[in-house]
Design a protein around this ligand. Structure first.
Ligand code: NIG
Ligand code: FE
Length: 413
C-alpha cells in the first residue's frame, strides 16, 4: 500500500530504538505532507511527498490511498490491562463516591474478590465474547497491541479459564496480544490470615499448569499494602522465571511497598502504578532494563496522588503510560484519553506523551523490536486520524475519538 498526502506523519524513529528515556522522550520524527509505503505486514519506506522516492513509488503499481488531512501515527500499545472480566462494578463506584476507600471495599470482600465470584460463574465462551467486544472498542480508539492479565480467577480452575480466553483472543484478534499470569492479584477470603498458603498454591500448582499449556508470557504480582508482601512477590517471581515467564509487577499503588526494588532485582520488564514513589525508587530504576509504567486512568478513577512523571523523566528515566483497563480501578481502555492526561495532569509534552503510549509501552510488553514507532522494517500498525492540524491536537481535543481508520499488520481493519 502507498499512503499519500498524509498531513503529518509522526512517531518516526530512524534508528529502531527499543525505548526512549529522559531527554530522548521529547524526540520523535515528524514529516509534514508525507507518504508511507508498506509491503505485506511491514513498513518499507516513508518520506516527503515531494521526494524522488515518492515520485518513483507513484509510477509503480501500488494500491494508493489518499489520506489528505489526516495525521498518521503508530497505533497505541497498551501494556497493562485486565480486559478479561465477567462483571462491571458500578455499585462499588457509587460506594467510593459516598466515601469508602478502595482498600475498605477490598477488605470487606468487594473489589477483586467481587470480580472473582462473577468469573467463577462465567463460562469460557461468555468471557471470550465480552472480551472481544472490549477489544474491538479499544481498537477503534487506536490500540493495536495489548497486554492482558489474568487475576480475576484466584482458583486454579478460574485462572486457567481466564488464560485460555486470552489465548483464544491471541488466535482470533487482529491485535498483537501478550498474556500475563496474575494469580497473585488478591487474597481469597479463605486464605486470610495465612496468605503464604495461597502463595504456595500459586507457586506449586498454578504456575506449573500455566506453563504446561504455555499460557503466559509474563508473571505478575500485586505487591502492595494489604495485598502481597515483598517476600511473597520474590517467591512467585522466582517460580515464574523458572518456567520462562518474565516478571512485570504492580507496585506502590497504595503505599511504598518495596515492590519497585524487587521488580528491578528480578529484571522485571516493567513496574507499574507507582502512585507512591520516592527518590530511592527513582534511583533504583536508573540504568536498568525495567520500564516504569504509570497508569493515569487508575489515579484519575480512584483520586490517587499523581506519580511524579516529570521528575522521573528529568532524572533520566523512561516512562510508559498504559490504561490499566479493568472493572475496579480504571473502566476505560481509551489510550487517547491517557495521552491527554499525560499532558494535562502529568505535564508531559505531546511528543513525550506519544513516546510514553507507543514506543515505551511497546517495550513494556516486549514488542518494541516490531511495534511502537514508524521505522523501516517494523510492522505497519498505524492510526489514521480524522482530519486535523497536527499531533498536538490529539491530546488537546480530549475525550473525543479522533481515530478514523486503523491499519493493523499492514491492512485496514
Ligand atoms: O491495576 N491494582 C491491582 N489491580 C487492578 C485493580 C483490580 C480491581 O480492582 O479489579 C489495578 O488497579
Ligand atoms: Fe493493574
Amino acid at each position: 500500500m502507498l499512503l499519500v498526502n498524509i498531513k503529518e506523519l509522526v512517531g518516526i524513529d530512524e534508528k529502531g530504538l527499543l525505548m526512549r528515556r529522559g531527554a530522548e522522550m521529547s524526540k520523535t520524527g515528524r514529516i509534514k505532507n508525507a507518504f508511507l509505503l508498506t509491503k505485506g505486514k511491514k513498513i518499507v519506506d516513508y518520506g516527503k511527498m515531494s521526494s524522488p522516492e515518492c515520485k518513483k513509488y507513484l509510477e509503480e503499481n501500488h494500491r494508493v490511498y489518499d489520506l489528505s488531512g489526516s495525521v498518521v501515527m503508530p497505533a497505541f500499545c497498551d501494556s497493562h490491562t485486565h480486559l478479561v472480566y465477567a462483571n462491571s462494578r458500578e455499585t462499588e463506584f457509587v460506594d467510593k463516591i459516598r466515601g469508602l476507600s478502595y482498600e475498605e471495599i477490598a477488605k470487606r470482600g468487594g473489589g477483586i474478590l467481587n470480580s472473582a465470584k462473577a468469573t467463577a460463574k462465567a463460562s469460557e465462551n461468555e468471557l471470550y465474547d465480552m472480551a472481544c467486544k472490549r477489544l474491538d472498542e479499544v481498537m477503534r480508539m487506536g490500540t493495536g497491541a495489548i497486554e492482558i492479565k489474568s487475576g480475576y480467577g484466584l482458583t486454579t480452575e478460574s485462572e486457567l479459564k481466564l488464560l485460555r480466553v486470552i489465548r483464544r483472543l491471541k488466535e482470533t484478534s487482529p491485535l498483537t496480544i501478550k498474556s500475563n499470569f496474575l494469580g497473585a492479584h488478591g487474597i481469597p477470603m479463605e486464605y486470610r490470615g495465612h496468605q503464604e498458603d495461597y502463595v504456595d498454591l500459586v507457586i506449586n500448582e498454578m504456575i506449573p499448569l500455566v506453563a504446561a499449556e504455555d499460557l503466559a508470557d509474563f508473571i505478575d504480582v500485586f505487591c502492595d499494602k494489604g495485598f502481597f508482601t515483598c517476600e511473597d512477590t520474590e517467591r512467585i517471581l522466582m517460580a515464574g522465571i523458572k518456567y520462562g515467564m518474565r516478571p512485570k509487577i504492580h507496585a506502590n499503588e497504595m503505599a511504598i511497598s518495596g515492590g519497585v526494588q524487587v521488580g528491578v532485582k528480578y529484571g522485571a520488564i516493567s513496574v507499574d502504578h507507582l502512585e507512591q514513589i520516592g527518590k530511592e525508587e527513582i534511583e533504583s530504576l536508573k540504568d536498568t532494563e525495567t520500564m516504569p509504567t504509570i497508569l493515569p486512568g487508575c489515579a484519575f478513577f480512584l483520586n490517587l496522588p499523581l506519580s511524579p512523571a516529570r521528575d522521573m523523566i528529568n532524572a533520566g528515566l523512561p516512562v510508559a503510560m498504559a490504561s490499566d483497563f479493568n472493572p475496579g480501578t480504571s473502566p476505560s481502555g481509551n489510550m487517547q484519553l491517557i495521552m491527554s492526561m499525560a499532558c494535562i495532569r502529568y505535564r508531559l509534552t505531546p511528543e513525550e506523551a506519544l513516546n510514553a503510549t507507543t514506543l515505551n509501552t511497546a517495550y513494556a510488553m516486549g514488542v518494541s523490536d516490531e511495534l511502537g514507532s514508524i521505522t523501516r522494517g517494523k510492522i505497519a500498525n498505524l492510526i489514521v486520524t480524522e482530519p486535523m492540524t497536527q499531533l498536538e491536537f490529539i491530546p488537546y481535543y480530549y475525550g473525543a475519538n479522533k481515530v478514523a481508520k486503523m491499519i493493523l499488520n499492514g491492512k485496514f481493519v
